[in-house]
Design a protein around this ligand. Structure first.
Ligand SMILES: NC(=O)C1=CN([C@@H]2O[C@H](COP(=O)(O)OP(=O)(O)OC[C@H]3O[C@@H](n4cnc5c(N)ncnc54)[C@H](O)[C@@H]3O)[C@@H](O)[C@H]2O)C=CC1
Ligand SMILES: CC(=O)[C@H](N)C(=O)O
Length: 361
């Protein structure tokens, strides 16, 4: 049994501990952290909040390099109990929910898209409610649909998307808002345009061409695009995307006037992007067009989005336009392709190999 003196001592120690945890860095769980945006997000958050405070997770196996920068756990968003356990074990305060099935992948496999984007999100929302977590879960311009005004699309407008991805993201936005109003879950979201990054490959979207084109330009100096030449869509560079996402994540609750915000940086068509690549990389770069089912998806999305509220409420301020994006992508990827070419040239040809090595296959 504790004496009264010991009890007082214990409670004041407990109080002191509670005080110190209320001023410590938040512990952040990132789901889907091996996707196109996840690894950059994890690295940015780790450099701000400390390696140990950011728990990366996915259902895929990380490479050694991905494991080396801090904790990584298996987290299937379809399994509520495992999410619950991670939140308890790691003392999670905030969740950045990046697990999703993107637009093209969702049309290829609607059942998977519905399951991950709807049931997975509901699990995340329930965990956020149970443990009073702050939850940032991105939405997309794909939440708009064919009857939405296409230019300067406002935050609040007609939203009748006709893809599994779009429908599931509207569900996410509305459910997040409902849980915020009804249960006080601090849900935050932003509607990204297509995101362009040299860090990781894109994961099955309609805007993937705007990343693939750089790899093709550097490797073959030609590209066959799955969208038509004139299909203009909103886009943003990964640096602006991650900076903006962290700004919204950290924004004081009282500065937010809504739960979901449009964010826009620039807009271009495949032909306009190709012209900029010719200007900055090679005048001989060739693009041709073989539109497929992704054209029908792109045709339902805005050409530009209005993002006045994001700029005003939490400081969205993208720095990369089309020309800066092309410059950065070429600067980052050119050395990779140059080194690969040098390595393949220095590989001995079969004629130069000793007989045992040639017969090994
Ligand atoms: N990349 C882009 O251009 C845009 C992305 N977004 C949104 O940003 C977020 C992140 O997107 P990306 O990184 O591009 O997606 P991605 O497709 O590259 O990555 C998604 C990740 O989710 C993981 N995942 C799939 N099923 C899972 C499950 N059951 N449990 C746990 N993880 C699972 C995958 O393994 C993958 O690593 C998504 O919500 C997406 O809708 C929105 C607009 C544009
Ligand atoms: C715009 C998005 O949400 C994504 N890049 C996709 O094309 O599906």
């Amino acid at each position: 049994m504790f004496s009264l003196h010991q009890f007082k001592h214990l409670t004041s120690a407990g109080f002191a501990r509670r005080l110190s945890t209320s001023t410590r860095s938040p512990r952040i769980l990132v789901t889907g952290s091996l996707g196109q945006l996840g690894s950059t997000m994890v690295n940015t958050l780790r450099s701000k909040y400390g390696q140990e405070n950011v728990i990366a997770s996915d259902i895929k196996k990380p490479t050694l390099a991905q494991r080396s920068t801090g904790p990584f756990v298996y987290a299937d968003v379809l399994n509520y109990r495992s999410l619950d356990q991670i939140v308890v074990d790691y003392g999670i305060d905030w969740v950045v929910h990046f697990s999703a099935i993107l637009s093209a992948a969702g049309e290829r496999n609607p059942a998977l898209g519905l399951n991950v984007n709807i049931n997975g999100f509901q699990n995340i929302l329930e965990v956020a409610k149970a443990h009073k977590l702050r939850l940032l879960s991105p939405s997309t311009m794909g939440a708009f649909g064919p009857s939405t005004p296409k230019d300067d699309t406002p935050d609040l407008t007609i939203m009748r998307p006709n893809t599994i991805y779009g429908i599931s993201k509207v569900h996410m936005e509305l459910l997040g808002e409902y849980y915020c109003e009804k249960y006080g879950v601090d849900f935050r979201s932003l509607r990204y345009p297509g995101i362009i990054s040299a860090d990781s490959p894109p994961g099955g979207g309609t805007t993937d061409y705007a990343v693939d084109i750089f790899h093709a330009a550097l490797e073959h100096n030609r590209y066959t695009c799955f969208l038509k030449a004139e299909t203009r869509l909103p886009m943003a560079f990964i640096d602006d995307c991650i900076t903006g996402t962290v700004q919204l994540l950290e924004a004081p609750a009282e500065s937010l006037t809504q739960r979901t915000y449009n964010v826009h940086a620039c807009a271009f068509s495949p032909e306009e992007l190709a012209q900029e690549i010719r200007r900055q990389h090679s005048k001989d770069f060739v693009i041709d067009y073989a539109p497929d089912f992704r054209q029908d998806i792109a045709d339902t999305w805005p050409r530009t989005m209005a993002d006045v509220a994001a700029r005003k409420d939490w400081g969205w301020n993208p720095l990369f336009g089309t020309s800066e994006i092309v410059r950065s992508m070429l600067d980052k990827l050119a050395p990779v392709y140059k080194n690969a070419a040098i390595a393949s040239q220095s590989q001995p040809t079969s004629a130069e190999l000793p007989p045992a090595a040639v017969t090994a296959n």
